[in-house]
Design a binder for this molecule. Structure first.
Ligand SMILES: Nc1nc2c(ncn2[C@@H]2O[C@H](COP(=O)(O)OP(=O)(O)OP(=O)(O)O)[C@@H](O)[C@H]2O)c(=O)[nH]1
Ligand SMILES: [Mg+2]
Length: 381
């Protein structure tokens, strides 16, 4: 399954704005619900340390880019249409939602922290964002429950051993694996599972296959900070709007700013209007240590999905074509040197003798586990 994160949430919370900021694309953003009706995949970046400075070389990335010792590594990000209460009964974009959900293996739940939109994304005065967080989790868990129920009803009661298979084959499209089903259904036969046990199994499977992070968006609006204090779950405060404006200003040379930085510099002469807009962003960044958007992305891919950035090389610190530190692969958790070789090329994996840790010069066994930031030379026969 593709290791992508998907942006989910009720309408009008800023999913497309965050997507546009992260991918610099032009999806429609507007203050009415269901602006987005189809999901879409774009290229965003995670921010990792570039090993070039440590190793005394200048990296030449094949993909993404490097600046000031920071490497931006491309990842796929999915923008998913808004979800409203009752969607699993077919309201709003409901029926499509499940297949959209399957395009992502981690979820970024975008919440309107300012409380200025109601449960359906219409303007409101004082909506509680905590309710939205509960609602979305419940809604997605219920979806899982429905698919789980279908698996349970496929199961042939004469053959106990078929239970896990029946459920796994129904739930595989959601990214659920057989060992996860095994664990979740520990309680026994379908006839012995109470409704509460079924829901708790569905919830456990959802957590395991679609870990979720709350992006508390619109922190730039009044009241958002108060609401942040009220939340009882961990959330990353952010302003997609501020990030998008900064990236556009950086693209046109008005400011110098690297996504994820805690501040920016003004690089060109600006109108009074532009200047005052940027001053507001400066205040926000001082309060939160940045706009929060890059942090949301980094946490989704590097923490939730646990991807491990690793730099494979062949010859010195170069690839076969003489480019220095050209690749950064985001490897699944617990990947080994052999997995890395396989990712480079199956031929390389077949003729591999061992790896070398380029930072220490130490030899690495084929089955050694990779750590974030490793620069690994693959030595072949
Ligand atoms: N103040 C503020 N407004 C924002 C922010 N992010 C988005 N908005 C505004 O919120 C409204 C909705 O934004 P969208 O990005 O279209 O929201 P969405 O979640 O994609 O909505 P649907 O596609 O309808 O589900 C727009 O008017 C945005 O300009 C933010 O960080 N701060
Ligand atoms: Mg949208």
């Amino acid at each position: 399954m593709a290791r992508r994160a998907g942006l989910v949430g009720k309408p009008s919370v800023g999913k497309s704005t965050l997507f546009n900021a992260a991918t610099m694309s032009g999806r429609e953003e507007a203050d009415y619900p269901f602006t987005t009706t189809e999901s879409s995949v774009g290229r965003a970046f995670v921010r990792v340390e570039d090993p070039g400075p440590d190793l005394g070389v200048e990296s030449q990335p094949n993909t993404g880019f490097v600046e000031d010792g920071i490497r931006f590594v491309p990842v796929d990000l999915v923008d998913i249409p808004g979800l409203v209460p009752g969607a699993h009964q077919g309201r709003g974009m409901g029926n499509q939602f499940l297949s959209d959900l399957n395009r992502a293996s981690a979820l970024i739940h975008v919440v309107d922290l300012s409380g200025t939109t109601d449960a359906e994304g219409n303007p409101a005065d004082d909506h509680d964002p905590g309710e939205d967080i509960e609602f979305l989790e419940r809604e997605i868990n219920r979806w899982y429950l429905e698919v789980l129920e279908r698996g349970l009803s496929d199961f042939d009661p004469r053959d106990d051993s078929a239970l896990v298979d029946a459920v796994t084959s129904r739930m595989r499209a959601l990214g659920v694996s057989e060992p996860q089903v095994q664990r979740a259904l520990d309680a026994g036969k379908p006839s012995e599972l109470s409704d509460a046990e079924r829901l708790s199994a569905a919830t456990e499977l959802r957590r395991a296959s679609k870990p979720m992070l709350v992006a508390a968006n619109k922190v730039d609006l009044d009241g958002a900070v108060d609401n942040l204090e009220e939340l009882d779950v961990e959330a990353v405060p952010c302003s997609a709007k501020a990030e998008h404006e900064l990236r556009k200003a950086a693209e046109s040379g008005k400011v110098s700013y690297l996504p994820g930085d805690s501040s920016f510099d003004i690089a060109a002469s600006l109108s009074a209007h532009q200047r005052s807009g940027l001053e507001e962003i400066t205040d926000l960044m001082e309060e939160f240590g940045g706009t929060g958007v890059q942090e949301v992305l980094d946490r989704a891919y590097l923490d939730l999905l646990g991807l491990v950035p690793v730099f494979p090389v062949r010859d010195g610190l170069e690839d076969g074509d003489g480019r220095t530190l050209p690749d950064c692969f985001l490897m699944p958790p617990e990947s080994t040197v052999e997995d890395l070789a396989e990712q480079v090329h199956s031929d390389v994996a077949e003729s591999m003798l061992h790896g070398v840790d380029c930072r220490t010069g130490r030899r690495l066994a084929v089955d050694a586990e990779l750590d974030a930031g490793d620069v690994v030379r693959i030595v072949t026969a």
